[in-house]
Design a protein around this ligand. Structure first.
Ligand SMILES: C[S@@+](CC[C@H](N)C(=O)[O-])C[C@H]1O[C@@H](n2cnc3c(N)ncnc32)[C@H](O)[C@@H]1O
Length: 290
């Protein structure tokens, strides 16, 4: 049974019901002083939801995200995130950088960021990923066993105050009160949001004449700035060729296709698109109280 990552990082955990310290019971469960008990899955992740959760991100969608990320579609983003963590996270007081990916999906971004950081400084890296989707965490724990994975809600993150040097929040909802609580005093938040041209070719095909052809991230960025001081923003904009295999997964991985009729999707697959645009804003935030 793979329990290692949760066990090794148990000092970071707190009970999502009462906030109490957690300890291992045998090899299969973690429990707090008030006896709130959570079983570890065979693959080593732990489900710390306080009530069942529903998510629109199903297994097929997450598998497609995994294939697309592994095929390198987001590689320039990975490099940027790794560089920002190396440059800005964890002061001289520590020899370990603890990273939380909040809304990690199937885990590939966090795994690739950690891989990209390897050998670039002499600090150890501890990676923790949480997502409300059990299917996502199941894929993550199968593919990347050297990271601690938890099914958990952003509104009740099961970790102690000041546990992380960096939080990644990639194309996912945010809970800024929790992020502030979870970061160390000089910790950083890196949020990735779509730019107006993100997956533009699919948006044009699926949203034509719906009034949703144009997208703006203004509201999300403003909400970020209400909560964190922005230390920098970077636009990552590029276009890459798409073959038929990747197009199928690209369509499946994005909510842009959720409202589209099957016939429309088949037609797009038959015609194909030569390129896809990736347009992402990377925002680096530091705690407002700093
Ligand atoms: C578009 S996906 C992005 C996933 C991953 N960061 C990526 O870029 O591939 C959004 C993710 O946010 C997760 N999510 C939504 N609400 C959440 C919540 N309240 N707590 C934790 N995760 C949540 C979803 O399950 C989903 O995996």
């Amino acid at each position: 049974m793979k329990t290692m990552q949760v066990k090794e990082n148990l000092n970071l955990f707190r009970c999502p019901f009462c906030g109490g310290k957690m300890r291992m019971v045998g090899e299969k469960s973690i429990v707090c002083a008030k006896n709130h008990c959570f079983d570890l899955a065979k693959r080593g992740y732990v489900n710390l939801l306080t009530s069942p959760a529903k998510t629109d991100y199903d297994k097929e969608m997450l598998k497609s995200r995994s294939i697309i990320i592994r095929n390198g579609l987001f590689e320039p983003l990975t490099g940027k995130l790794a560089g920002l963590i190396l440059d800005h996270a964890g002061g001289p007081h520590t020899n370990v950088t603890r990273i939380l990916d909040a809304g990690c999906g199937e885990g590939s971004h966090l795994a690739r960021v950690i891989q990209s950081m390897k050998g670039r400084n002499d600090r150890r890296v501890t990676g923790v990923g949480i997502d409300i989707s059990k299917e996502g965490i199941q894929i993550a724990s199968r593919e990347y066993p050297s990271i601690a994975w938890c099914v958990a809600d952003l509104a009740k993150v099961p970790f102690k105050d000041g546990s992380f040097d960096a939080i990644l929040n990639i194309l996912s909802p945010a809970n800024y009160a929790e992020f502030k609580r979870l970061l160390t005093g000089d910790g950083i938040l890196i949020k990735v949001v779509p730019g107006s041209k993100y997956l533009l070719e699919l948006r044009e095909l699926f949203y034509r004449s719906t009034g949703k052809e144009k997208y703006s991230n203004e509201r999300i960025v403003a909400h970020f700035e209400e909560n964190f001081n922005t230390a920098g923003t970077w636009d990552i904009l590029y276009s890459i060729p798409v073959d038929k295999h990747n197009l199928e997964h690209l369509i499946r991985m994005t909510p842009l296709s959720w409202g589209a009729a099957d016939e429309r999707i088949k037609e797009v697959l038959r015609i194909g698109i030569p390129h896809i645009t990736i347009d992402l804003a990377v925002i680096l935030g530091i705690n407002k109280s700093m």
